[in-house]
Ligand binder design. Structure first.
Ligand code: HEC
Length: 142
């Protein structure tokens, strides 16, 4: 192998490694995500949805066994990013307040707070990843 060829090989190896490094998403364990999500919840959601997730009658809906909390993760992420003010029934009731957007939270914070909500207040549902939040956020901008 010539010196030049070896150099090309070496740089391909280095840049290849650097390139794939950027794609790696740090996996956060379920327990760590729930623990951090609780902190995010206490700072950003508790005033409306309350510490027990029961909300406030006629104003703010509960986060317990609703189709939104347990259902489609993409819709759920959009609610946090964009806020929510739709004339819908949530567990059979309507709520007059409107939810403010929380787009300033990081992808990981949104993943954590939703993972916390989906695993609290008797809810049991799968983890939300920061990668999915990132994808939904970029879809949002189009
Ligand atoms: C200013 C009060 C307020 C804050 C703060 C708030 N919400 Fe909401 N949220 C609401 C209201 C009101 C609705 C229902 C809006 C409607 O009926 O159109 C709602 C709806 C929702 C829904 C869908 C309906 C349901 O009950 O399942 C989810 C999920 C949700 N919020 C999660 C969150 C999370 C997570 C946070 C914190 C990041 C948060 N909210 C912060 C007021 C708030």
């Amino acid at each position: 192998m010539t010196y030049k060829k070896a150099l090309v090989c070496l740089s391909l190896f280095i840049f290849g490694a650097a390139g794939s490094q950027a794609q790696v998403h740090h996996h956060v364990s379920l327990a760590a995500s729930i623990a951090n999500g609780k902190k995010v919840y206490m700072q950003n959601c508790v005033t409306c949805h309350q510490a027990d997730g029961k909300g406030v009658p006629t104003l703010n809906p509960p986060l317990i066994n609703t189709t939104y909390v347990l259902g489609d993760k993409i819709k759920l992420i959009q609610i946090v990013l964009n806020g929510f003010n739709e004339d819908v029934l949530i567990n059979g009731k309507s709520f007059s307040n409107s939810m403010t957007p929380h787009a300033s939270l990081t992808d990981q914070e949104i993943a954590d707070v939703l993972t916390y909500v989906r695993n609290s207040f008797t809810n049991k549902a799968s983890q939300v990843s920061a990668k999915l939040v990132k994808n939904v956020r970029s879809m949002n901008k189009k």
